[in-house]
Structure formats: structure tokens, C-alpha cells
Ligand binder design. Structure first.
Ligand code: KG4
Ligand code: ZN
Length: 352
């Protein structure tokens, strides 16, 4: 039987198989991660090699450096993930990989590794969207969680509100018209002289400050579910540069706190508005900025006040990891979508 037909047959048989064990690979940015997941919800292992320390001295991720470090790390992480899960590679049912969105060179390392692995084991290869993976981080954090729900997607590359009707059926309700929220956090942190990645640093120092600046976002998107963060980002960058020119001291904690208050209010307001508009009273946050303590605090409170059930991933699954990719792949297999062939390639951008 031809390779393609054999894979289709094996993929279809997984739809009905009781226990499905997936090895998942994630390399879209600066984390090399491999996980072994059973039945979409049970994490048998989730190994993450972070390159944060390597990129910190450059103030951000250097794509070429990221690709090279993925290449160095990936094989050892693969063996570590199998060992931790106590699984032999011959017992894997499928290989899942993030094929986009992300840095193309970084993605290619994971995609090519996964293609070789799936081919050598003669098992199906599943191509997973990184953004869908972030949503699935909630399935491994909350075993009872099922669609439909509204998802507030807040990462370094995306800011969006989605109506998740089913595991593989989503509708985009709103998105950013300029910067992603994580990008804005990182840029504000950088101008304040805080190390990369800036989001957690802002989160930390904001606790020491007050909302003295009382920033507001532009009014132009008020009646939509879209976002714009470039205005507030530029306002802060200009303010800091002006202070530096005048040799005036800046209260970094107040500036960080005021920025965080403004953007988290905006995210909360639109997330609640989406739940009300769609008549779905279940809200799920996803992506790296979902780790922000103030955002979680506010979402918990407003959801409580509005009788909305609120879910956020446990901290370790908020930022990039392969376990979330394996979880998403399981639900793709069960819905019969996502089987990739050996011509799979990396995609820097994917429509939400
Ligand atoms: O989801 P993620 O790991 O990667 C992408 O898919 O983009 O998100 C990374 C982003 C970075 O911008 C980082 O600064 C931000 O998430 N982040 C945070 C926090 N932890 C990570 N932003 C605000 N507060 C945090 N605690
Ligand atoms: Zn991510």
C-alpha cells in the first residue's frame, strides 16, 4: 500500500482507538519542547528547554540563534520526553507538530524532526496551529472543560477573541488592528530598561506602583471587539524618551502599573462584551499574557460579577509548551482533521 494511503488508514483507525498516545513537538519561538500526551488530557511528560537566557543579552529573540539552538536541543529533549513518560517510541500512535504561526527557521526544526520521526515509525503526522494549541492548554489544565466557550487569546504574536463552538470549529470575533498585547508588554518593558521577556517583569514591578498616569486606549474601536495597543505603547515610549532628554527621573513602577491597568481593563471589557453578545457564559483565556497576575485577578472578578465561568491554564501551560500541541492534536484526530503529508512545511502566519 502507498505511504499516503497507509497513513490515511492509520489516521482513521485512531479516530476509533480507545487510548491514543501522541508525541508532540513545539519549536515556534524560543522554547524547544516535546511532550507525550495520552487521550488529549493526560500529560505523561512535557520537557521544555528555554532559550530565554541566550536571547536576553540581545533584548529579544534573534531568529537565527533560536533555530540553531532548537537544532542542538531537540534530540536530547526527545529522549528525555520518552524516558519521563516511560514510553517506548514504538508505542506512539502519532506525532504532532506546530507548523505555524511563528519564526519560520525555528518552526522548520520541529517540522523536519517530526516528519523524520513519523516516517521512521510509520505513524501519522498531525499539523497543529500554535494558536489552537494555546487554547488546548486549558483542556490539560481543566479536565472537565469542553466547548462551546469564548476564548480571549493573548500571546506575543496574537490578540483576539474567538467563539470556540467545537474543538475544531472557531469563529474570530475580534482581533488587534496593530500590535499584539505581548508585543506591547515587551516593548514597554524594554523602554523601561527591564530584561527580556518584558511581560513577567512588568507584572512584577507593577505591584510596587500606582495607576498615576490613568492611560486610556483609543476610542475608535469602542463599539467593536477589536483591539489597538500601538497608541498606548507609543505614548509610553515617547514619554520615556522625553524624560530622558530632560534628565527627569521616571517612576518605572507607576508607569508599568498604569500601562498594565489600562490594557487589562480593555481586555476584560471586551472579553465580557463578547460573552454577552454571543450568549456564551464561559470564558477561557489562552496564551503567554494569560500568565499576567493582574489580568487573571480582574477576569476572575468580572466573570464572578457577571455569572460567567472563567478558566485559565495553569501557569506552566500558559507560555509555549508541547503538551498543549499534543492535546489539540488529539481532538483533531478525533474529528478527522489535520493529517499532514511529508511535504508539510512551516508557515510563519496562519489565519486565526
Ligand atoms: O504565548 P507565548 O509564550 O508566545 C507566543 O505564542 O507569542 O507568549 C509570550 C508573551 C511574551 O510577550 C511575554 O512577555 C508574555 O507572553 N508574558 C507575559 C507574562 N508572562 C509572559 N505578559 C504579561 N504578564 C506576564 N506575567
Ligand atoms: Zn505561544
Amino acid at each position: 500500500m502507498k505511504y499516503i494511503d497507509r497513513m490515511k488508514e492509520k489516521f482513521n483507525s485512531l479516530m476509533k482507538k480507545k487510548d491514543v498516545i501522541i508525541l508532540a513537538v513545539e519549536s515556534s519561538c524560543d522554547e524547544t519542547s516535546i511532550a507525550v500526551i495520552k487521550n488529549g488530557r493526560e500529560v505523561l511528560s512535557n520537557i521544555i528547554a528555554s532559550q530565554i537566557e541566550i536571547h536576553r543579552r540581545f533584548g529579544g529573540v534573534v531568529p537565527e540563534v533560536a533555530s540553531r539552538n532548537h537544532i542542538t536541543a531537540i534530540e536530547n529533549i526527545f529522549y528525555e520526553a520518552l524516558e519521563k513518560a516511560n514510553i517506548k517510541k514504538e508505542n506512539l500512535d502519532a506525532v504532532a507538530v506546530t507548523y505555524g504561526a511563528g519564526l519560520v527557521g525555528a518552526l522548520l526544526v520541529g517540522v523536519n524532526f517530526s516528519k523524520g520521526l513519523a516516517y521512521s515509525l510509520d505513524i501519522p503526522l498531525i499539523a497543529v496551529s500554535h494558536v489552537h494549541g494555546h487554547i488546548a492548554a486549558n483542556y490539560i489544565s481543566h479536565l472537565q472543560l469542553q466547548p462551546p466557550f469564548i476564548c480571549l487569546m493573548v500571546s506575543g504574536g496574537h490578540t483576539a477573541i474567538l467563539r470556540v463552538n467545537n474543538y475544531n470549529e472557531m469563529k474570530l470575533l475580534g482581533t488587534t488592528v496593530d500590535d499584539a498585547i505581548g508585543e506591547a508588554f515587551d516593548k514597554v518593558a524594554r523602554v523601561l530598561g527591564l530584561p527580556y521577556p518584558g511581560g513577567p517583569e512588568i507584572d512584577k514591578i507593577a505591584k510596587l506602583g500606582n495607576n498615576t498616569f490613568k492611560f486610556v486606549v483609543s476610542n475608535s474601536l469602542k463599539n467593536t471587539l477589536n483591539f489597538s495597543f500601538s497608541g498606548i505603547k507609543t505614548e509610553i515610549v515617547n514619554f520615556v524618551h522625553n524624560c530622558e532628554q530632560r534628565r527627569e527621573e521616571i517612576n518605572k513602577a507607576d508607569l508599568a502599573c498604569s500601562f498594565q491597568e489600562c490594557v487589562t481593563d480593555e481586555l476584560c471589557n471586551k472579553a465580557i462584551r463578547a460573552c454577552e453578545q454571543e450568549g456564551i457564559f464561559k470564558l477561557v483565556v489562552a496564551g503567554g499574557v494569560g500568565a499576567n497576575s493582574r489580568l487573571k485577578e480582574k477576569l476572575t472578578r468580572v466573570c464572578n460579577e457577571n455569572n460567567i465561568e472563567f478558566f485559565s491554564p495553569v501557569l506552566k501551560y500558559c507560555t509555549d509548551n508541547a503538551a498543549m500541541i499534543g492535546s489539540m492534536a488529539y481532538y483533531m484526530i478525533k474529528d478527522g482533521v489535520g493529517l499532514a503529508q511529508l511535504d508539510l512545511t512551516a508557515k510563519p502566519n496562519i489565519d486565526l
